[in-house]
Design a protein around this ligand. Structure first.
Ligand code: ZN
Length: 128
C-alpha cells in the first residue's frame, strides 16, 4: 500500500470513527495496555492522539505561535478549535481574519492526520 493511500485510509478511519486507537484495541482485548504508541505515557484515545499527546502538542504549539504571529491577535489554544474546527472561539474577530485562521488550522489538522502514520517524521516546517 502506498504512503498516500495509507494516509487517506487513516483519514477515512478517523473521520468515520473506525480508527483503531490503542485505547480501543485494549478495550476489546486486542492489546495488553492502552498506552499511546507515540509517547507511551497517556491513554491512547483519539483525543490524546490528535491533541493531548506530548508529541502532537509540540506540533500544535508551533502552529499556534505562527498563527498568532501572522494574525497579530491572541488566538485561543483549545482543542475545540484546533482538532474539531469549532470557530466559535473566533467570533470576536473580523470574518476574513477568522476564516484565514480556520484555514491555517485546517491545513495543520490535515497534515497531522496525513502524517499520523509516522508522526516521528512529521516536519513542522512543511506547514509553515
Ligand atoms: Zn501520546
Amino acid at each position: 500500500m502506498s504512503r498516500e493511500l495509507r494516509s487517506r485510509l487513516v483519514q477515512f478511519k478517523i473521520l468515520n470513527r473506525v480508527y483503531w486507537t490503542p485505547s480501543r484495541l485494549h478495550r476489546v482485548g486486542l492489546a495488553t495496555d492502552d498506552a499511546c504508541w507515540k509517547c507511551q505515557q497517556g491513554s491512547g484515545t483519539l483525543l490524546h492522539l490528535l491533541w493531548g499527546c506530548s508529541k502532537v502538542q509540540d506540533y500544535w504549539t508551533h502552529i499556534h505561535k505562527v498563527v498568532e504571529k501572522v494574525a497579530g491577535q491572541r488566538v485561543p489554544f483549545m482543542n475545540s478549535l484546533y482538532v474539531l474546527g469549532d470557530p466559535s472561539a473566533l467570533s470576536h474577530l473580523p470574518t476574513p481574519l477568522a476564516h484565514w485562521i480556520q484555514t491555517a488550522i485546517m491545513l495543520g489538522r490535515k497534515l497531522l492526520v496525513k502524517e499520523k502514520v509516522n508522526l516521528q517524521k512529521l516536519n513542522l516546517f512543511i506547514w509553515t
